[in-house]
Design a protein around this ligand. Structure first.
Ligand code: OKP
Ligand code: ZN
Length: 343
């Protein structure tokens, strides 16, 4: 299996995130992608190539111009005012307030951001655009026929058209799915198996029938991102019936997960897409620091096998996974499972 990877991911190295009322070491850190790459190489999964540049066009198909220009200059504006600390919002454009883009950087961070756990750093723009290029290059290489692994970092599935949150800035999976549409695919499915609901991806495609979004995740009544991911979110307008959420309770084990996975893959099969984008998060692992499911390493192989059985041109896009020591093994176990049934 071909892996696409860029060293630029290391440029996103947040010092800390606000968690439980205090600043804690960032959970989303560079060692994650390096660990995965190491195991891809050790397992001899296949070649590892760098991304090619697709320019800003494909980013503008998903994100607004105003959001992209904010993201490009946010750290410079922050630095002018506060020096080299990471940029974090402390207030938000919530219900009852007017949605006007402020001039001051603090206001902009609260307008365009969704949480205080997603620092913008000096390298965020470069890292995020390279991560999107990794996904785009993976989408392009699907033409060779085999599954492709886009080893993206930072992740993307919480980023909506114009909001960054949950460690995500550009929605890599959505950008890749749209690129596949623009390259001639009539229908694309996005299957999100990260522990957290892919709220950004859902929002982006909610009113469309040309991109199916299916997600298995921890119930948003008790888990981040809290405000989307419920079963009754089935799509809007033309998109009605093309959004499927399968929320699961804390303490879900393989049996519970497998039942949801069956529904998810059946929905994808019924849609019969020309290509499948998998938002893969290894944070469903029982020892992940922010996970409350009980899935083990062998379960990753089963998930991969179930997805491979769909026998669709499949782009795997890396999302979360924070148990760094186990991250490489779990990710490669998933990819090997996928390969086993995909060919
Ligand atoms: C991003 B992805 C930890 C709070 C975690 C944000 C989680 C973002 C997950 N104390 N809040 O979906 O893996
Ligand atoms: Zn996650």
């Amino acid at each position: 299996m071909l892996t696409i990877f860029s060293d630029d991911h290391r440029l996103q190295a947040a010092k800390a995130e606000l968690d439980a009322g205090t600043m804690k070491p960032a959970v989303e850190r560079p060692e994650r992608a390096d660990m995965i790459l190491r195991h891809v190489r050790e397992a001899k999964l296949g070649p590892v190539e760098g991304p090619v540049s697709f320019g800003t066009g494909p980013l503008e198909r998903i994100h607004t111009i105003a959001y992209l220009s904010f993201l490009r200059t946010a750290f410079d504006e922050w630095q002018e005012r506060y020096g080299t600390s990471d940029a974090l919002a402390i207030n938000w454009a919530v219900r009852g307030l007017r949605q006007i883009i402020p001039e001051a950087i603090d206001g902009k961070l609260g307008y365009f951001g969704g949480d205080a756990g997603t620092p913008i750093t000096a390298g965020t723009w470069q890292a995020a655009t390279s991560s999107a290029a990794v996904a785009l290059t993976g989408a392009w290489r699907l033409k060779d026929g085999d599954p492709v692994f886009a080893l993206c970092r930072p992740p993307g599935h919480h980023a909506s058209r114009d909001v960054f949150q949950g460690y995500c800035f550009l929605n890599n999976a959505a950008i890749a799915a749209q690129w596949l549409r623009d390259a001639g695919a009539d229908r694309v499915a996005v299957l999100d198996v990260d522990y957290h609901h892919g709220n950004g991806t859902q929002e982006i495609f909610f009113d469309r029938d040309d991109v199916l979004f299916v997600s298995i995740h921890a119930d948003p009544r008790t888990e981040f991102p809290y405000f989307l991911g419920h079963v009754d979110e089935t799509g809007a307008g033309r998109g009605d019936g093309f959004n499927l959420n399968l929320p699961l309770p804390w303490a879900t084990r393989w049996e519970g997960y497998a039942a949801a996975l069956e529904k998810a893959t059946a929905a994808v099969a019924e849609y019969a897409p020309d290509a499948l984008v998998v938002s893969f998060g290894a944070d469903i692992y029982r020892n992940d620091p922010i996970c409350r499911f009980f899935l083990d390493t062998p379960d990753f192989a089963r998930i991969g096998e179930a997805i491979g059985r769909l026998r669709l041109p499949t782009l795997v896009v890396m999302e979360g996974g924070y148990a760094v020591e186990a991250l490489g093994v779990n990710t490669v176990t998933f990819l090997e499972g996928l390969l086993q049934t995909a060919r």
